[in-house]
Ligand binder design. Structure first.
Ligand SMILES: Nc1ncnc2c1ncn2[C@@H]1O[C@H](COP(=O)(O)OP(=O)(O)OP(=O)(O)O)[C@@H](O)[C@H]1O
Length: 217
């Protein structure tokens, strides 16, 4: 879908009475590629979840183009996510009982995309998984599982690609390859790419950085 600028201000997330996360303001142009860095527990994954519309902040405002994400109710946020967001979770969250092809096809059907089977096959083939379509996730290597998760995240052509710790399970060479793949996939879509990472090499290879620091909420 159409990529759009993303802004946030005054953002605070409250998880429990004792945990409030506060974020510096941000304004990223459509198609930006950035790393989200910061110490453990400062709220990087929570930020991705807010941007995905999975988590509603306690206060503050997030906009995606003309849309004020923080004004939407849960059902509207779900619709926003299905249409605009691709999310590659740290542990991939593939469905173990489904084949590789079915995993991607199901996501496309949920997003309401036409010709789901054909597009799933295309997305997987582009990520070099054409020979793995009938395999189940447990039969794949970690790197292959990650590529399935990337194919699933990009197959409906989202404007926003959110990725949590893409190199956590990979050695250095595979980590660099995964990042290249993500950057190319986002570039093909003109999508904004937001990568949460602890890996300084990954952060340094992206053009922008957003650092989340612990601080008074
Ligand atoms: N669902 C939840 N319920 C209660 N507390 C939560 C929940 N999710 C996150 N937290 C807390 O919010 C804080 C931020 O968590 P988050 O996962 O966003 O941080 P992070 O910067 O991504 O951490 P890490 O780098 O360790 O993955 C942590 O203290 C965490 O324990």
């Amino acid at each position: 879908m159409t990529p759009a600028p993303l802004t946030g201000e005054g953002l605070r997330v409250q998880h429990a009475r004792e945990v409030t996360l506060a974020y510096p303001a941000f304004a990223w142009p459509a198609g930006a590629q950035l790393a989200v860095t910061g110490p453990s527990g400062t709220g990087k994954t929570s930020l991705l979840n807010v941007l995905a519309g999975l988590l509603h902040p306690q206060s503050g405002r997030v906009t995606y183009g003309d849309l004020i994400l923080t004004d939407l109710g849960e059902a509207q946020r779900d619709a926003f996510r299905r249409r605009n967001v691709g999310y590659v979770f740290q542990d991939f969250h593939l469905m173990p009982g489904l084949t590789v092809l079915e995993n991607v096809e199901l996501a496309l059907r949920v997003a309401g995309t036409a010709r789901a089977a054909e597009r799933a096959r295309d997305a997987l083939t582009r990520l070099d998984l054409g020979a793995r379509l009938r395999h189940r996730p447990a039969q794949l290597s970690t790197g292959e599982r990650q590529r399935v998760a990337i194919a699933r995240a990009v197959a409906h052509r989202p404007g926003l690609l959110l990725v949590d710790e893409p190199t956590a399970h990979l050695d250095r060479d595979r980590a660099a390859a995964a990042l290249t793949l993500l950057r190319e996939a986002a570039g093909d879509l003109d999508a904004t790419l937001i990568v949460v990472t602890h890996d300084e090499a990954v952060a340094a290879s992206l053009p922008l950085r957003y650092h989340v620091t612990p601080g008074p909420a």
